[in-house]
Design a binder for this molecule. Sequence first.
Ligand SMILES: *[C@@H]1O[C@H](CO)[C@@H](O)[C@H](O)[C@H]1NC(C)=O
Length: 232
Amino acid sequence: MGSGSRIVFPCRAFSLAFLVPSFTSSTQLSLKYFLAHTSLPPTAFSFLRMASSSSSSLTNGNDINPSNDAAAPSPPSASSAIDFLTLCHRLKTTKRAGWVRRDVQNPESIADHMYRMGLMALIASDIPGIDQDKCVKMAIVHDIAEAIVGDITPSDGIYKAEKSRREREALDHMCKLLGGGSRAKEIEELWMEYEENTSSEAKIVKDFDKVEMILQALEYENGITLCKNVSS
Ligand SMILES: *[C@@H]1O[C@H](CO)[C@@H](O)[C@H](O)[C@H]1NC(C)=O
């Protein structure tokens, strides 16, 4: 029963916010109302509750650093978390460009790719000296800047340096949206490490990136073969 409510309540909390197209004060009020009348599990959505108890962060919208706890390494406020997550929605709707270019029907999204890389990191056997949790986290953020810049591929005629510059700028914007703070900093560090290939975890996650793509390519190939077998 307890685990059931854990699944249901977060979904309801989010549907309230996501059903409203822009984050007006009425969105925030309804979210606040919901939070005031619902007992959320203590961990999963604590950032929403924390923010709802601070009326200034809700009424000010983007003012994510109320002065009373500016020094604490706090999670993002509800409004900045929702803005960030709304932007991340594009990761779910942006198709991976490599498949689009190869005319794959209904190809996977950037989020699809990152999600399965996250699973790969999660099920990988222990490697001495490798922080597995960090690999999972890195896998699910390594393409996050593409929420803004899209999936830029060599065929777009954009040089690697320019791609990297645009992505850094996008990442910076997303971290600011999240209100800076320790969570944003972690995302930025994970992304930078991956981008610059500067840690053992980054090198492994880059391998996962390739393996996931190869697996997906095989699946598309098999899918196409299966369709042909069915129709012939
Ligand atoms: C990352 O660094 C390792 C060496 O430390 C190298 O073998 C690998 O090719 C690099 N990967 C990329 C994508 O630059």
